[in-house]
Design a protein around this ligand. Structure first.
Ligand code: SF4
Ligand code: SF4
Length: 83
Protein backbone atom coordinates (compact mmCIF):
# COMPACT_ATOMS: atom_id res chain seq x y z
CA UNK A 1 0.00 0.00 0.00
CA UNK A 2 1.56 3.29 -1.02
CA UNK A 3 1.74 6.07 1.52
CA UNK A 4 -0.42 9.18 1.30
CA UNK A 5 0.36 12.60 2.76
CA UNK A 6 -2.44 14.60 4.31
CA UNK A 7 -2.25 18.11 2.86
CA UNK A 8 -4.15 19.39 5.90
CA UNK A 9 -1.48 18.10 8.28
CA UNK A 10 1.76 18.50 6.28
CA UNK A 11 3.86 21.39 7.59
CA UNK A 12 6.07 21.41 4.50
CA UNK A 13 9.31 20.54 6.29
CA UNK A 14 10.72 18.25 3.57
CA UNK A 15 12.04 15.62 5.97
CA UNK A 16 10.17 12.78 4.27
CA UNK A 17 11.54 13.66 0.84
CA UNK A 18 15.11 13.36 2.11
CA UNK A 19 14.51 9.98 3.77
CA UNK A 20 12.70 8.19 0.94
CA UNK A 21 14.98 5.57 -0.65
CA UNK A 22 12.92 5.56 -3.85
CA UNK A 23 12.64 9.28 -4.58
CA UNK A 24 8.90 8.79 -4.31
CA UNK A 25 8.20 12.05 -2.49
CA UNK A 26 8.24 15.52 -4.01
CA UNK A 27 7.02 18.97 -3.18
CA UNK A 28 3.52 19.68 -4.41
CA UNK A 29 1.41 22.83 -4.38
CA UNK A 30 0.02 22.63 -0.87
CA UNK A 31 1.93 19.72 0.61
CA UNK A 32 4.54 17.15 -0.19
CA UNK A 33 3.17 14.31 -2.31
CA UNK A 34 3.87 10.60 -2.74
CA UNK A 35 4.22 9.05 -6.20
CA UNK A 36 2.41 5.77 -5.59
CA UNK A 37 4.19 4.15 -8.52
CA UNK A 38 7.50 4.59 -6.66
CA UNK A 39 6.40 3.94 -3.09
CA UNK A 40 7.18 0.41 -1.90
CA UNK A 41 6.43 1.02 1.81
CA UNK A 42 10.23 0.83 1.94
CA UNK A 43 10.05 -2.94 1.37
CA UNK A 44 13.47 -4.29 0.44
CA UNK A 45 15.26 -1.34 2.04
CA UNK A 46 13.89 -0.83 5.54
CA UNK A 47 11.61 -2.62 7.98
CA UNK A 48 9.14 0.24 8.11
CA UNK A 49 8.21 3.31 6.08
CA UNK A 50 10.97 5.84 6.70
CA UNK A 51 8.81 8.80 5.78
CA UNK A 52 6.38 8.04 8.58
CA UNK A 53 9.23 7.73 11.06
CA UNK A 54 10.55 11.21 10.40
CA UNK A 55 7.34 13.15 9.83
CA UNK A 56 6.91 15.59 12.73
CA UNK A 57 3.24 16.15 11.93
CA UNK A 58 2.02 12.54 11.68
CA UNK A 59 0.80 13.47 8.21
CA UNK A 60 1.67 10.22 6.42
CA UNK A 61 -0.47 7.09 6.38
CA UNK A 62 -1.09 4.11 4.11
CA UNK A 63 -3.38 4.93 1.19
CA UNK A 64 -6.36 2.56 1.30
CA UNK A 65 -6.93 3.17 -2.42
CA UNK A 66 -3.54 1.59 -3.17
CA UNK A 67 -3.64 -1.83 -1.55
CA UNK A 68 -0.67 -3.99 -2.61
CA UNK A 69 0.58 -7.35 -1.40
CA UNK A 70 4.04 -7.77 0.08
CA UNK A 71 5.01 -9.71 -3.04
CA UNK A 72 3.83 -6.88 -5.30
CA UNK A 73 5.79 -4.36 -3.25
CA UNK A 74 8.91 -6.52 -3.50
CA UNK A 75 8.48 -6.76 -7.26
CA UNK A 76 8.04 -2.99 -7.53
CA UNK A 77 11.21 -2.48 -5.45
CA UNK A 78 13.15 -4.85 -7.71
CA UNK A 79 11.98 -3.00 -10.84
CA UNK A 80 12.95 0.36 -9.34
CA UNK A 81 16.37 -0.99 -8.39
CA UNK A 82 16.93 -2.30 -11.91
CA UNK A 83 15.83 0.92 -13.64
S1 SF4 B 1 7.09 4.40 2.52
FE1 SF4 B 1 9.25 4.44 1.92
S2 SF4 B 1 9.18 4.29 -0.33
FE2 SF4 B 1 7.14 4.94 0.33
S3 SF4 B 1 7.19 7.17 0.26
FE3 SF4 B 1 7.70 6.55 2.35
S4 SF4 B 1 9.92 6.52 2.42
FE4 SF4 B 1 9.30 6.48 0.24
S1 SF4 C 1 7.78 15.00 6.84
FE1 SF4 C 1 5.56 15.24 7.15
S2 SF4 C 1 5.31 17.45 7.52
FE2 SF4 C 1 7.34 17.17 6.61
S3 SF4 C 1 7.01 17.46 4.37
FE3 SF4 C 1 6.82 15.27 4.81
S4 SF4 C 1 4.62 14.93 5.15
FE4 SF4 C 1 4.97 17.12 5.32
Amino acid sequence: MAMRISAADCVFCGACEMECPNEAIAQGEDAFEVDSDRCTECVGRFDEPQCRLVCPADAIAPDPRRVETFAALKEKAAKLAAA
